[in-house]
Design a protein around this ligand. Sequence first.
Ligand code: BDR
Ligand code: CA
Length: 309
Amino acid sequence: RIPLLIDTDPGVDDALALLMAFNDPRHEVVGLTIAAGNVGLAHTVANALKICDVVGADVPVFAGCASPLLHPAVDAAYVHGQDGLGDVGHAPSQRQAESEHAALAILRLSHQYAGQLLLVALGPLTNLAVALKLDPSLPSRIARLVVMGGAVTGHGNMTAHAEFNIAFDPEAAHIVLSAFAHFELVDWEATISHGLPHGEVLRWLDADSPRAKFFEAISRKTREWSADRRGDDWYAADALAMAHALEPESALDVARRVLVVETEGRHTRGATVVDWRVEQSDAGGNASILLRYDRPRFQRRVQAALAAT
Ligand code: BDR
Ligand code: CA
């Protein structure tokens, strides 16, 4: 099985992505490294442990950086709930996070699984940036890096031009995305064009499984928030990124382009700037940007992850 390391800030759509990862027979989750992002680190760590309990996975959870590299955090509790998982008052997990820092765990696991590791980043890139500063040779040991983040034609969700994971810590995103010669990106615009229809989601959540019941509860508020503002589809960014990570052969259109992160723009800080000029990418860009994914396969994978027992 392919070793899978997930850096994440759970988060409702992170939770769905984790259910998908734990339900995939071709991959083995070897660790969860936790970022601050959607909510503060104490909550994102507790949420990761809780999700492991729900699926019965005894996977190590490593707490990472509590704030962005330079600027104060601006979270997304208004989308995910004050506790990051819909404020439903779950009993916390009895398990604890490991004592090793997430950045050190990333480096250690990159040695343990050198050349094989699938690294999926579903939150701000702070932990990965710190790992890279500690050891710039990290990319040479990673088989694939899949990142949920960015807005490749400039339609952000955090600001007009910036997507949340990049906008939360643009310096970290710059460090990571300029250090990897190649990475795969699932951005906010791909998320919008692969929304999950609310009606279908409701049907899947009706499954008689603890995972569906858990997810129905934690996602209720954010689904309502989204339905009020965004219409018929629920945008599950991290779930799409995980589908692409687990099953890249179901991507229908991917563009390889040069991508950089804007760290200074007055209106565009945190934007992912893509050079769409084909002639600039002849030598191959650093980013393989997902444009189109097999939607029925994505939806079936989400459904299966919720129904699993
Ligand atoms: C990203 O931001 C977070 O709120 C989600 O969990 C996802 O990772 C979408 O912009
Ligand atoms: Ca996330």
